[in-house]
Design a protein around this ligand. Structure first.
Ligand SMILES: [Zn+2]
Length: 386
C-alpha cells in the first residue's frame, strides 16, 4: 500500500501527505556527512525534483575537503539579482543509529534521522517552489538553490562559493529549523575558534624562585584579562573548551600548554577587539612564546538590513494558519547562511520545520507545520515578485 493510501492518515490533508511522502524518501536515504554515497543520493533526488520545476542543476566538487559534491540549482530569468535558498543534505547521525522515518498522525508528529535539521526544511522549500512556480508569476529575480553536502562539518570548501552567491543575491532564505518557540531567525552569532600553544622553560618547582612564570601561569593571566575586559561587550563571549599541558607532574612545571578558545560575537568590531586583546595579552604574559591559529572563522549574520514588510507578509500569513503570532529573533548558533550575508542583502533563517531534539535520537517535527510554513513562504515569494 502506498504511503498516501494508508487509511490511518485519512485526517491528514492530501498536500501534506505528498510532502510527507517526499520526507519519508529523503529521511530514509541515510546521509551522515561522511557517508559520501548517501549524501550524493539525496543531492541526486533533489536535482531530479528541481529540474522538473525548470531549474538547471550542477554538482560542484569540494576543492578543499573530502565530501560529497555541493548541489547548485539555478532558475535563470535574466534578472540582475537573485533570491538564494540555502539547504543542506547531510545529517549528524545515520539512519542506522537513530532510526528512519515514522509519522504519528494522532500526535501530529513525524520522527526520523535529520528530520528537523534539515530534511523537513528541504520539503518546505520543495512544496513552496512547486506552488509558486505553478502560479506563473513573472519573476523579478533569478532563483538559486544551494545544497551543502557537509554543513554539519562547517561546509568546509564552499565558503568562497557561498560569499559569491551572497553578493549576487538580494534575498537569502535558509531552511534550518525554526526556533523552538516557532519564531524565525533574523540574526545569528558568528564564531571564531582558536588553537593556542604557549611555551616556557620547564623547571623544578621546589627550587625555583617564588613567582617564576610558567606556561600555565601565563595562560591564566591571559584568561583573566580576557574574561574581565569583555564585560562591556554584550554581543561577545568566549569559552576555553580544552586545556592541556604537555606534562602531568608535581615537582616540575610544564613546558607547553595548548588550549582551544571558542569565541562568539555579533559585531565584527567586537571580534577585532577580542583578537587584539588576546594577542596583546599573550605577548605580555607569555613573553612572545606562543602560536595561535584559527581553525574556524564564521562571520555573524547581523540584522542590519531587514525587509520589515516581507517579514510582516510571512508572519501574518503564518498567524492566520497556525493561530499564533511569531517573531523574528536572534539565534546563538551559526549556519551556512552566515557566509551569504553581504553588505546589502536581506537574510532570513529558520524557515524550515518546527521541531525538537536536533541531532538526537528523538528528533521530531510538528508535521502539519511543514505545510503552513511552506504556504507562508509561497506568499512571501509572491509578495517579492509583485
Ligand atoms: Zn542544519
Amino acid at each position: 500500500m502506498s504511503f498516501l493510501a494508508h487509511s490511518t492518515y485519512a485526517s491528514t490533508p492530501e498536500e501534506l501527505l505528498v510532502m510527507l511522502s517526499w520526507l519519508k524518501k529523503i529521511v530514509n536515504l541515510s546521509s551522515q556527512t561522511n557517508d559520501l554515497k548517501g549524501v550524493l543520493s539525496v543531492q541526486n533526488f533533489l536535482a531530479v525534483y528541481f529540474k522538473n520545476l525548470g531549474f538547471k542543476a550542477k554538482l560542484i566538487e569540494n576543492p578543499e575537503a573530502d565530501s560529497a559534491p555541493l548541489l547548485s540549482l539555478r532558475f535563470d530569468r535574466g534578472q540582475k539579482e537573485d533570491i538564494s535558498f540555502v539547504l543542506h543534505s547531510d545529517t549528524v547521525n545515520s539512519v542506522k543509529e537513530v532510526g528512519g522515518f515514522h509519522y504519528d498522525p494522532s500526535r501530529d508528529l513525524a520522527f526520523g534521522c535529520g528530520i528537523a535539521d534539515m530534511k523537513g526544511g528541504i520539503v518546505v522549500l520543495m512544496n513552496a517552489l512547486k506552488q509558486f512556480l505553478n502560479r506563473r508569476v513573472p519573476l523579478k529575480y533569478n532563483l538559486n538553490i544551494i545544497v551543502s553536502p557537509n554543513e554539519e562539518k562547517g561546509s568546509i570548501g564552499f565558503h568562497n562559493y557561498f560569499m559569491k552567491m551572497g553578493i549576487q543575491s538580494r534575498y537569502v532564505f535558509c531552511f534550518e529549523p525554526s526556533l523552538e518557540c516557532g519564531g524565525i531567525i533574523g540574526s545569528r552569532n558568528g564564531n571564531r575558534w582558536y588553537n593556542l600553544k604557549t611555551y616556557a622553560e620547564s623547571f623544578h618547582t621546589g627550587r625555583t624562585a617564588k613567582g617564576t612564570m610558567n606556561s600555565t601561569h601565563a595562560f591564566m593571566h591571559t584568561f583573566n584579562e580576557l574574561y574581565h575586559s569583555i564585560n562591556e561587550f554584550d554581543d561577545l563571549k568566549f569559552n576555553v573548551s580544552s586545556l592541556k599541558t604537555c606534562g602531568d607532574h608535581y615537582n616540575k612545571s610544564s613546558a607547553s600548554l595548548t588550549a582551544k578558545i571558542d569565541v562568539r560575537f555579533i559585531k565584527n568590531s567586537s571580534l577585532e577587539f577580542f583578537d587584539d586583546l588576546l594577542h596583546k595579552s599573550l605577548r605580555k604574559n607569555s613573553e612572545n612564546r606562543f602560536e595561535t591559529s584559527i581553525v574556524d572563522d564564521c562571520p555573524s549574520m547581523s540584522a542590519k538590513t531587514r525587509d520589515l514588510l516581507l517579514e510582516q507578509v510571512y508572519l501574518r500569513d503564518l498567524k492566520k494558519q497556525e493561530g499564533k503570532a511569531y517573531k523574528v529573533l536572534h539565534s546563538e548558533g551559526c549556519s551556512d547562511i552566515n557566509y551569504f550575508q553581504s553588505f546589502n542583502n536581506i537574510c532570513l533563517d529558520g524557515l524550515g520545520a518546527v521541531g525538537w531534539g536536533m541531532h538526537e535520537a528523538d528528533e521530531r517535527i510538528r508535521a502539519s507545520r511543514l505545510l503552513t510554513r511552506s504556504n507562508s513562504l509561497e506568499k512571501a515569494l509572491v509578495y517579492l515578485c509583485r
